[in-house]
Write a protein that binds this ligand. Structure first.
Ligand code: C5P
Length: 222
C-alpha cells in the first residue's frame, strides 16, 4: 500500500506547523516543514556573503541542500528569524530553487524517515505553500490553513519576541502582507487552495479545536 500522506498548505503563522506537528505525533507520521528548506537556502546564501535576490546563488544553495540534506540542520535557530523568513519567500520565487527541492520533498513523502525513537514512520506529513497542489497533489488528506492577517502577525510577533528578536508589530504585519502577496503572486507554484482541501480558518480557534477538527477528518479518510 502507498505511504499515507497528509498535505497541508497555508499562510505564514496560520497555525499549519502546529497542526502538522500535532497530527504527526498523534499518528506516528514523519513530519517535514518545507518552509525550513527555503529558509535554509536563504540563510546559506547570506552566510556565504551572497545576496538571496541573486537567482544563481540561490539555485546553487538549493542544489547543495538537495544533495547533502541533513534534517538536523533544519533545526538551526538562524532559520527562524524574520530576515530568514523574508528572504525565504524571495528565493522561493525562483523556479530553479523550487525544482531543486522538489525530489527531496517527494522522496520524504514516499519514503518517510524513521521517527526520533527509531520506529518506522506510519506515514508522512508535509506542510508548506504548494504541497497540496504541486508536491503531493494525490495526497488523500489535504488541509488549507489560514487566519486573518492581523492575527497571524500577532502570533508571529510573539514568536519572534520569544526568540529574543526586537521587532515592532507594525513591521511584522507589513512583512507578512508583502510575503503573502509574493507567495500568492509568483508564477511558479503560487499558493492556491486545492479544490479538494479542507479549509480551516484558525482566527478564532484554539489549537485543540483545530487539531480535533483535522483529526476527525483524518479518521474518515485514513
Ligand atoms: O512556512 P514558512 O513561513 O517557514 O515559509 C517561508 C517561505 O518559504 C514562505 O513565505 C514561502 O515563500 C516559501 N515556501 C514555499 N513553498 C513551500 C514552503 C515555503 O514557497 N512549500
Amino acid at each position: 500500500a502507498p505511504t499515507p500522506i497528509i498535505a497541508i498548505d497555508g499562510t505564514a503563522a496560520s497555525g499549519k506547523g502546529t497542526l502538522a506537528r500535532r497530527l504527526a505525533d498523534a499518528l506516528g507520521f514523519a513530519y517535514l516543514d518545507t518552509g525550513t528548506l527555503y529558509r535554509k537556502v536563504a540563510v546559506d546564501v547570506l552566510r556565504a556573503g551572497g545576496d538571496p535576490a541573486d537567482a544563481g546563488a540561490a539555485i546553487e544553495a538549493a542544489q547543495n541542500l538537495q544533495k547533502n540534506l541533513d534534517l538536523q540542520s533544519l533545526k538551526d535557530p538562524a532559520i527562524r528569524t524574520a530576515e530568514a523568513g523574508k528572504y525565504a519567500s524571495v528565493v522561493a520565487a525562483v523556479p530553479g530553487v523550487r525544482s531543486a527541492l522538489t525530489d527531496l520533498q517527494r522522496g520524504f513523502a514516499i519514503h518517510p524517515p524513521a521517527l526520533a525513537d527509531g520506529t518506522p514512520a506510519k506515514g508522512a506529513i508535509l506542510d508548506g505553500r504548494d504541497i497540496t497542489t504541486f508536491i503531493c497533489p494525490d495526497a488523500p488528506v489535504k488541509f488549507y490553513v489560514d487566519a486573518a492577517v492581523e492575527t497571524r502577525a500577532q502570533r508571529r510577533h510573539k514568536e519572534l519576541l520569544g526568540n529574543g528578536e526586537a521587532i515592532e508589530f507594525e513591521q511584522v504585519l507589513e512583512d507578512m502582507k508583502i510575503r503573502d502577496a509574493r507567495d500568492m503572486g509568483r508564477k511558479d507554484a503560487p499558493m492556491t487552495i486545492a479544490p479538494d482541501a479542507i479549509v480551516i480558518d484558525t482566527t478564532a480557534m484554539g489549537v485543540e479545536a483545530v487539531v480535533a477538527l483535522a483529526m476527525a477528518h483524518v479518521r474518515t479518510v485514513l
